[in-house]
Design a protein around this ligand. Structure first.
Ligand code: NAD
Length: 354
């Protein structure tokens, strides 16, 4: 059985903890500077609460850690964990910038431990099925991917660290857009982004936004200096195009567009709702447009995905090798590069080379 420590005891740490227990790994200890949170987590998940990160990293009975803290702390804590000889499952985004990504990758190589990126959408049952279909060649050559993640009222912890650029590195793009960018590029195996044009803006301000429950709670009078919507068009070196539509908040009626991908190939097209148990395959038979519904086994898609991620992490720790579907440090860096390029395109108002 693999034994884990949690660095950070916030919202996502609790989701990890549930998945860790379901896949049969053990939670040994947690650290969070907000002791009340750590203690609540310790009670709920039956683990020790440690007052410092160093005391957690010094424990011989911990094989690996989950780094689940605000984005500006990712690099420092991932590197400290690798240096202490722990395997690391690092929440997305990888870091605040490319230099930090490089430092994390160097630490992984220097200390010879597993580094898995928390790109959990790769493990949604629908994404796994879609990947099989693409790899089977049924769609032919992939021409275009439309990737969508549009929330109605989903600004996480409005006024807190998520909406404060110095702590998050950006808004919805670096928060949820990273999932889409990673999934679209990994599922199609198109990992040579060449050019991108992006537009980022803030349509909802704290004055006009009616807060509904979202990760953590809103902070009255807090900072909101990041984008809440992004549109980007990216071209891969192979010629495949990607369109990313991401927003934390919109006026779109609920469920107008599902979280997911529309993948168009030369032989077929696939419409994938990331959290559903079926997807639609479009193809042509004797020149006529046809369609077929393809099902996949789902218990609760979001939980299934986190369990998949933790099964992969447990197996990687046992073998010192990531499974082929897992997000690597290089994948995390590539996504960071695309994110930075979209931000610079938006600043310049023109297409940029990646
Ligand atoms: N995979 C996903 O789908 C997903 C979803 C949500 C968040 N995330 C990522 O997970 C991370 C945490 O997000 P969250 O929603 O849990 O945020 P959160 O604000 O709910 O929790 C973060 C916790 O980290 C703690 N913390 C701050 N500094 C720390 C330190 N030095 N050591 C230990 N703990 C520290 C905070 O006190 C807080 O309790 C972020 O990087 C976020 O992008 C991923």
């Amino acid at each position: 059985m693999t034994s884990l420590g949690l660095i950070g005891a916030g919202m996502i740490a609790n989701i990890h903890a549930d998945a860790i227990k379901r896949v049969g790994s053990k939670i040994v200890a947690v650290h969070d500077p907000r002791m009340s949170r750590a203690e609540e987590f310790g009670m709920k998940h039956n683990c020790e609460v440690l007052e410092t990160v160093d005391s957690l990293l010094a424990r011989d009975d911990i094989d690996g850690v989950i780094v689940a803290v605000p984005n500006n702390m990712h690099a420092e804590l991932a590197i400290a964990s690798l240096k202490a000889g722990k395997h690391v499952l690092l929440e997305k985004p990888m870091a605040m910038n490319l230099q930090q990504c490089d430092e994390i990758i160097s630490a992984r190589d220097k200390f010879g431990k597993v580094l898995q990126m928390g790109f959990v959408c790769r493990y949604s049952p629908a994404a796994l099925r879609a990947k099989q279909i693409i790899e089977s060649g049924e769609l032919g050559e992939v021409l275009h991917v439309q990737a969508t993640l549009l929330r109605q009222r989903g600004i996480p912890g409005l006024g807190g660290w998520f909406t404060t650029k110095a702590k998050s590195g950006g808004g919805c793009l670096i928060d949820i857009g990273v999932h889409l960018i990673d999934l679209a590029m990994s599922i199609t195996n198109k990992k040579s982004p060449a050019r991108v044009f992006g537009k980022c803006s803030q349509a909802f301000t704290s004055q006009t936004y009616a807060y509904e429950e979202m990760w953590s709670t809103p902070i009255e009078g807090g900072t909101f200096d990041v984008e809440d919507r992004v549109r980007a068009l990216l071209t891969d070196a192979s010629g495949t195009t990607f369109q990313f539509d991401v927003a934390w908040a919109t006026h779109l009626p609920e469920n107008t567009l599902k979280d997911g991908l529309l993948i168009e190939g030369t032989e077929g097209a696939l419409v994938v709702d990331l959290w559903a148990d079926e997807m639609i395959l479009g193809f042509s038979e004797n020149g006529k447009p046809m369609q077929e519904t393809i099902t996949c086994k789902v218990t609760e898609a979001w939980d299934d995905a986190f369990q998949g991620e933790h099964r992969a992490f447990a197996s990687a720790m046992a073998t010192n090798n990531l499974d082929s579907n897992a997000g690597t440090g290089e994948d995390g860096r590539l996504v960071q590069h695309v994110v930075e390029s979209i931000y610079s395109s938006a600043d310049l108002g023109q297409e940029v080379k990646i």
